[in-house]
Design a protein around this ligand. Sequence first.
Ligand SMILES: Nc1ncnc2c1ncn2[C@@H]1O[C@H](COP(=O)(O)OP(=O)(O)OP(=O)(O)O)[C@@H](O)[C@H]1O
Ligand SMILES: [Mg+2]
Length: 290
Amino acid sequence: MSGVALRFDDVRFRYPSGTEALRGVSLSIAAGERVAIVGQNGAGKTTLVRHLNRIFVPTSGTVTVGDRPTSGSTIAQMAALVGYVFQNPDEQIFARTVVADVMFGPRNLGAGEEEARERALAALTTVGLADQADAHPHQLSLSERKRVALAGVLAMRTPVLVLDEPTTGQDARGVEMIARVVAEVSAEGRTVVAITHDMDFCVEHFDRVIVMTQGEVRADGAPEQVFGRGDVIEAARVEPPQLMRLAARLGWTERPRTVDAFVDAVPGRGDVGGAGDARGLGGPGASAGA
Ligand SMILES: Nc1ncnc2c1ncn2[C@@H]1O[C@H](COP(=O)(O)OP(=O)(O)OP(=O)(O)O)[C@@H](O)[C@H]1O
Ligand SMILES: [Mg+2]
């Protein structure tokens, strides 16, 4: 299955309470792209992505998924295209058993009982909860319920996967599992959009970061660029990933995104024979060409 493109054209959204949560957002995401959305609490991230499956339609402006504006589609049509995993799983889970909950999506898309069960069990295996298939969701912990919610959307096999703070409350193995899901879904050519407050997760697994502040897109680009902009970081109240902060503190010009990239950038490393030790003191920026 391949992904579809997403587009926001000057999208504004006002809640009935009067809060203007989106103030003219325009952006495009190509089919198969993998994008992280970051920004302070209340920036409008959740409001933005909820436009993708038509939970919300813009107060003004247009949201296009594939080749159709969402305003011209039904919620059922959008559900087949965009799988949205809620920030709070308890807004999503309602069935009495884990497996029934995960089967709901594929069944709703027209899968028969057997196929829906097969897909549900495969998705539960992916998130490490196959042994909890018959449990009542309330017997599970919050982090497990978040994984049930993820499985429910994975079982739908939609061209677009939207994750709203998937790593919150997950332990290291949970985060690793989510990273693997993102990589696998992305390798299939499907479009992945993830909201996250976890900047280390963001830079390790996403090539493009969109920063939101107060209902607007404040920055959009490669993590190295975006996290290099002090004004953006300050305004969005995010902390650059630890490896990048450390590299900056060391005076390097490079901004490594992964532990491996960091280690490779350490002066002297990779210089088998060790002649580079003294020369490396200035950091990778100074030893360019070595
Ligand atoms: N149901 C609602 N009714 C009224 N206002 C809302 C509602 N949901 C969100 N808001 C407001 O809209 C703005 C954007 O909220 P949103 O939840 O989209 O932000 P967010 O970036 O997802 O924040 P967080 O990081 O805390 O999840 C905030 O001012 C918020 O208080
Ligand atoms: Mg949110």
